[in-house]
Design a protein around this ligand. Structure first.
Ligand code: CTP
Ligand code: CA
Length: 227
């Protein structure tokens, strides 16, 4: 592989990447969301395209541009994201970098919820579908490599390893997102890759460099699988 030019590492491979947050509506003007910027997921989609892959990026609402050379599908909610990913299958590689909202409001009111002079409204939440776990368990259409992220504020590697098992994916990219870590929204990321064969920590890198290294790692794993 050493002599394979970077621009053909993933030639002929189909890649689906999720990126950004999801927005879960409460009424026509309000939603639940999180601090994800989409920078890491978008950089991964761009790196996969630069490596010659056919890339579909399924993005939640973000303030950054669609990456060049990538087919970008814009979605709002976790359920929309799952539908767009399912529609984009089959693929050789799935990378779930989105910060999917774990819960959505049970009721998405048709009209703006008004103050009525009484107690504040209470918010009942229901769990969203797990896109990564769903894709990892799709049977015959399962991508050859299914890779997730783990955003943790504590016990990073323990939690990441349990996600690897629970979601039946091939690799988890673990990153620390606690207050002050500046990962969500920032330009740098420090990740540890966990797979069934061990773990590997990378130094703090620009998100574009994490993306390039991750794509090179995936290309190696796909090449090994093909042997
Ligand atoms: N993920 C997903 N669908 C969800 C929730 C998470 O596809 N409904 C994916 C994320 O894109 C990420 C991985 O699962 O690749 C782990 O997300 P994370 O939020 O770290 O883990 P959760 O399983 O949601 O657990 P928790 O938030 O409780 O730590
Ligand atoms: Ca979560």
């Amino acid at each position: 592989l050493a002599e394979t030019p970077a621009s053909t590492l993933l030639a002929g491979q189909k890649v689906i990447v999720t990126s950004g947050p999801t927005h879960e509506p409460l009424d026509p003007v309000r939603y639940l969301a999180n601090r994800s910027s989409g920078k890491q997921g978008h950089a991964i989609a761009a790196a996969a395209a630069a490596a010659g892959a056919d890339v579909v990026l399924v993005s939640g609402p973000v303030a950054i541009a669609d990456p060049p050379g990538v087919t970008t599908r814009h979605v709002e909610t976790a359920r929309d994201m799952l539908a767009a990913v399912t529609e984009a299958l089959p693929a050789d590689l799935f990378i779930g970098a989105a910060a999917v909202a774990d819960w959505r409001p049970l009721i998405d009111a048709d009209e703006k919820i008004k103050k009525n002079g009484g107690a504040p409204p209470s918010l009942t939440l229901v769990e969203n579908p797990d896109i990564l776990a769903t894709i990892a368990k799709t049977g015959p259409h399962r991508p050859k490599l299914v890779i997730g992220f783990a955003a943790e504020t504590q016990a990073l590697l323990d939690h990441a390893r349990s996600k690897l098992e629970r979601k039946q994916c091939d690799m988890i990219v673990a990153n620390h997102v606690g207050r002050g870590s500046d990962v969500m929204g920032g330009d740098f990321n420090q990740v540890t890759l966990l797979s069934h064969s061990g773990e590997e920590s990378w130094p703090p890198l620009r998100k574009e460099d994490v993306a390039r290294r991750l794509i090179a790692t995936c290309a190696n794993l796909l090449a090994e699988q093909a042997e």
